[in-house]
Design a protein around this ligand. Structure first.
Ligand SMILES: Nc1ncnc2c1ncn2[C@@H]1O[C@H](COP(=O)(O)OP(=O)(O)OP(=O)(O)O)[C@@H](O)[C@H]1O
Ligand SMILES: [Mg+2]
Length: 456
């Protein structure tokens, strides 16, 4: 709840404001001279100040200047008598939020405080959630395809272009969709997700477009659809490849006309949404076999983004492991655990059919179950061991031992550099090599510092 200070030499006014604010649950204090008030502000953090413009020891406008320079975030509301409205207007020009004229309207006081507290809440939510979410949905990875994907996302996110994200299970399609939203101009608005595979087709339409009361048995009240909810924001149609043909036809009509009606209704509704879609199906094949409409495909596939499977970007494995270990340790209140080299090798050799999700789940499980500071091969489940036996390894990514060693060295150095914000001295120390040698390795492997999406 907001903390409020009232500085006015008329004690009656102070008490009246304080009482009404306290009745509404705010915490309020009073002072009767500028000096007392200023000292009080220095002692306690206040959110809102009611400041009388005529005070025995200071002119209000000068006082406002001092207050704003000491406490720039404090919202100041000027209290002015009849004779000095002009001064009050001047005060709002100098950073006061608003002014009140005497005799005071208690209703207006409450209204102003409500506006201010709502605004402060909103600002702090936005500040927190936006940077948290961008961090949460940052795409971890250093491989070429991931770096390219990140660049593409940074480029298209601020536009309004419709994006179709494809990739195998667990590659991070939803993660990408959320990041696009967070980096877009619509970030302040909603991100509405509809999972086309999880909702029975009879209900999908009402989910998307809403329904009117009585439009079908069970429609007891009017319901707003997700497309309407998403006005100003983003709609994410997940698993669009699983949508039935009849729903596809309706969706296409809506996307073409830009308007829709609720099920059972006839009022035409407009909504300004950006459409992101995802699927793990090959839609071209689905079109050939008659399961997906070609016209819808072209409509929604304005910018295609492909998230590659993890087995095609194994150099991301060390940094992903480290990221998920850090996350799991902090979530479970554990000291940061390490990974032994043989375990890392095992993770690198595995093909990860369930992609990043499988890796993440396994890392979380191992972090919780392993009692050692450094997790080792014996903490790994059997499928990981059998998945990397020599035969499979040779049949899969066959390469000379020298290449394998170099590949591993490159990834390992990169991992350490990333973990230490590319601090060369620190990384060299951890790797137990000379700084100059590390510089040579960086150059030889063409390692590059990637700025990441967080600073867009
Ligand atoms: N590059 C990445 N960096 C960090 N986390 C990632 C990355 N890729 C995926 N993840 C995480 O892995 C998990 C799976 O990702 P997500 O749900 O986005 O995959 P998906 O492609 O939508 O999967 P599905 O096809 O099963 O719906 C999520 O917890 C996600 O946050
Ligand atoms: Mg998904």
């Amino acid at each position: 709840m907001a903390k409020i200070l009232i500085i006015d030499d008329e004690k009656g006014i102070c008490t009246a404001i304080k009482d009404i604010l306290e009745d509404e649950g705010y915490s309020a204090n009073t002072a009767h001279t500028f000096t007392d008030g200023f000292n009080e502000l220095k002692k306690t953090a206040y959110d809102i100040l009611f400041l009388d413009i005529w005070l025995p020891d200071k002119d209000g406008i000068d006082g406002l200047k001092d207050i704003k320079s000491y406490f720039p975030d404090l919202e100041v509301v000027i209290i002015s008598g009849h004779g000095n409205i002009e001064n009050a207007v001047e005060a709002t020009r100098r950073g006061a939020y608003d002014f009140l004229e005497k005799p005071l309207s208690l209703e207006r006081i409450l209204l102003i405080v409500k506006h201010l507290t709502d605004r402060m809440q909103l600002m702090s939510d936005l500040r927190e959630s936006r940077s948290d979410l961008i961090k949460k949905y940052d795409i971890i990875g250093v491989s070429k395809p991931i770096v390219e994907l990140k660049r593409k996302i940074e480029k298209i996110a601020p536009t309004n272009a419709w994006v179709m994200i494809t990739g195998e299970n667990g590659t991070g399609k939803e993660h990408v969709a959320r990041l696009i939203h967070m980096l877009s101009r619509r970030a302040k608005d909603v991100f509405v997700e509809i999972n086309c595979a999880a909702i029975p087709s009879e209900l999908l339409e009402t989910e998307m477009f809403g329904h009117e009361k009585g439009s079908f048995t069970g429609a007891h009240s009017q319901k707003m659809g997700k497309f309407e909810e998403a006005d100003g924001g983003t709609v994410f149609l997940d698993e669009i490849g699983d949508m039935e043909l009849s729903s596809q036809a309706k969706l296409l009509r809506v996307l073409e006309s830009n308007t829709f009606t609720r099920v059972g209704g006839n009022t035409s509704i407009k909504s300004d949404f950006r459409l992101l879609t995802a699927t793990n199906k090959n839609l071209e094949e689905e079109i050939d076999s008659g399961n997906f409409r070609e016209d819808l495909y072209y409509r929604i596939n304005v910018v295609p983004l492909v998230v590659p499977p993890l087995r095609e970007r194994k150099e991301d494995i060390p940094i992903l492991m480290q990221h998920f270990i850090r996350e799991a340790c902090s979530l479970n209140g554990l000291e940061l655990k390490k990974v032994s080299l043989p375990l890392l090798e095992l993770f690198m050799a595995f093909d990860w059919p369930g992609n990043v999700r499988q890796l993440k789940n396994l890392v979380e499980r191992m972090v919780v179950l392993s009692e050692k500071e450094t997790m080792d091969v014996d903490d790994a489940p059997d499928f990981l061991l059998s998945g990397s036996d020599d035969e499979k390894y040779e049949a899969g990514n066959c390469c000379a031992l020298k290449d394998a060693k170099e590949g591993f060295e490159k990834q390992f150095i990169l991992q350490v550099l990333q973990a230490n914000d590319w601090n060369i001295s620190q990384s060299a120390k951890i790797l137990e090599i000379e700084r100059t040698y590390l510089h040579r390795k960086i150059k030889a492997y063409g390692l590059e510092k990637f700025k990441g999406t967080g600073n867009v």
